[in-house]
Design a protein around this ligand. Structure first.
Ligand SMILES: [Zn+2]
Length: 282
């Protein structure tokens, strides 16, 4: 089975076998282990999370969202059923579920089973199925029904079991407090110094990671912007713009050599973007 992207655990600097380097070092039978989540990595080529350096511009060691496994794509397609307020990264244009990666269930990787079993969502008796322990074995016929069940029952899905209004309100509140923080920084120095800018970048990154339950990453942001339903696309585009700013700040050389005027100009750009985002959600 090919792996579903280079941002898997085998290349992650937080996998203890890579000794803190963003590289695939020889394994020599060493134990693959995530130093952030304290997790044994059973299938490193097929396991993902947003702490991987490709999705974590400031190399934060706090867990960003949940762990993902490849979606067994040979399972059938089924209609998605849920009342939950779903993160736009889960959606396709036509309202079908995005499959490609599925989140772990209560910290466990879903297993694949070839014997026919009854799906907990649609009750069809079918093979193959995905299975999770909750606390007894539960079977799901498709990625859609796996995600429907995950949203209802998984610990990881708790943040999604709020209404869309609550979700939006908490996002608006977080962005508001970040704006206040930025104004305080400007007040302190008159301009934004390189150190302040890094602080701002980290704050923005943390906020986006929190608001998206760790789903903020180049891959999903790009994908969301293209494929989210129309009702969500404006917010997705805003998230995309903010994420681009985070990447710019994180990737930039220390701003010592830059003239304060130039830094100030850039800051004004961040501010107006944040304000735009606030208005787009108002
Ligand atoms: Zn089903």
């Amino acid at each position: 089975m090919p792996n579903g992207g280079g941002d898997n655990c085998s290349t992650c600097r937080f996998n203890q076998v890579n000794l803190g380097k963003a590289d695939l070092l020889p394994r020599d039978g060493k134990h693959e282990y995530c130093t952030i989540r304290k997790l044994n990595i059973e299938f490193p080529l097929h396991t993902y999370c947003s702490n991987h350096q490709d999705n974590n511009p400031f190399l934060t060691e706090l867990p960003r969202g949940f762990v993902w496994a490849d979606d067994p794509q040979f399972l059938r397609k089924a209609e998605f059923r849920s009342q939950s307020s779903l993160h736009p990264a889960f959606f396709c244009n036509d309202g079908e579920i995005y499959a490609g990666r599925v989140p772990f269930f209560n910290g466990q990787r879903p297993k694949l089973q070839t014997e026919a079993r009854e799906c907990a969502i649609c009750s069809e008796h079918i093979s193959p199925v995905m299975s999770v322990q909750n606390p007894t074995a539960t079977y799901l016929c498709s990625a859609s029904h796996y995600l429907s069940y995950w949203l209802q029952s998984a610990i990881e899905a708790r943040p999604y079991r709020v209404s869309g209004t609550e979700y939006e309100a908490s996002l608006v509140e977080s962005i508001g407090s970040l704006l206040i923080r930025v104004s305080l920084l400007i007040g302190r120095h008159g301009v934004l110094t390189g150190v302040d800018e890094l602080e701002f970048g980290r704050g923005l990154d943390g906020l986006l990671a929190e608001a998206t339950c760790g789903l903020i990453q180049s891959r999903s942001v790009h994908w969301m912007t293209k494929r989210a339903p129309a009702s969500l696309s404006r917010r997705c585009i805003s998230l995309h713009i903010l994420w681009e700013h985070v990447l710019q700040i994180a990737g930039r050389e220390p701003a010592k050599t830059e003239k304060p005027k130039k830094i100030k100009k850039r800051l004004q750009k961040y501010q107006s973007t944040l304000l735009d985002v606030l208005q787009s959600m108002g």
